[in-house]
Design a protein around this ligand. Sequence first.
Ligand code: GLU
Length: 394
Amino acid sequence: MKDIFSSKVHIPPSATVTINSIAQQKKKAGQRVYNLSAGEPIMNTAQYLKETVDWAMEHGETLYPPVAGIDELRNRASLWMNDLYQTNYQVKNTLITCGGKFGIYLLLQSLLNDGDEVIVISPYWVSYPPMVSLFGGRPVIVQTEEKDGWKVRPEQIAAACSEKTKLLIFNNGSNPTGVLYEEQELRDILKVCKEKNILIMSDEVYSGLTYDKKDYVSCGAFWDHSDSVVVIQSCSKNFGMTGWRVGIVFAPEEITKKLITVQGQSITGTSIISQWAAVAAIEKAHKITPEINKEMKHRRDVFTDTFNELFPGANLQAPHSAFYSFIPLKAFGTYHDDDVKFCERALEDGNVAMVPGSAFGKPGYVRTSFGAKPEELIDAIKALADYANKHAKK
Ligand code: GLU
């Protein structure tokens, strides 16, 4: 059969979503699966969220939502961002979308013409380059290295720019490396973007998950760059609400208006029930986010300590943000040299789900999430050590 599909949809499936789905299927089939692939904080649903859903049902809040989001949420989300990160957003700069992921999708769809170039820093979140390609853009990958703390230098960004560059995709509080940028570093990156006259999309969905007394600095806090900065936020990680699918885009008014138009012609809006739940979460943000942060720091330490105990010599360092460890293959023993095969076999034979570094643009590494509960993490690392040792002897 001839290829009926647009060349633009010749993109790979999302590795994170695919592997997590396989792990969930295995679990449903009754197998014991150790899921280190899911990028989500596994929490019990909070009582206040259950009560908010009941309230929404009773008050008929079950119809189509306003396209840009309910006013209560747009308002609270902008105040939350301004209070926490000294940004300067108003309701007109604030769009509620179906997860931060769809915010990124809407932005790229709205900005890109065929052949436009978008700078993506590697290791990158798996969906950035395919989304750029989907809308006719060309991802220009800038590599960073573990020895440099996975940080990009402003001159690397400058060198990657051409006449066709439209946007830098920047992820502070990085998935998968956990790298966190400081104020001066951000200032220098924004300065280069201004000199090169390009927009910057700052994916800040892990802003609530920084550890070791590290402060989070938002790119939205630099008011003199507000014309060229779009911030992506989300309730998923800040409030443990991944399945509710509530994301927030903060952007210059002109860009927000365009995204609202495209949202109105695509998904109409975000589930109104989820939006009310997000209002309730933001009202309690001062309490919830520190609790999640504390729990995730605990899980990070359990993960790192257990890993270093069971893989002597690995010397795994705890990341300063997010909830991933990006681990070099050599940490698992010298016999493993292909990250894709290693992850495939670990899932097939060891029932341990992880995501290969290749999916993040960095072969030779493996991403594990420590979003699962501590006892689950310990069991998973034990299963992983069993698997790695067994394989090393073959
Ligand atoms: N951001 C999460 C991850 O990287 C969620 C899954 C996804 O949509 O990619 O695992």
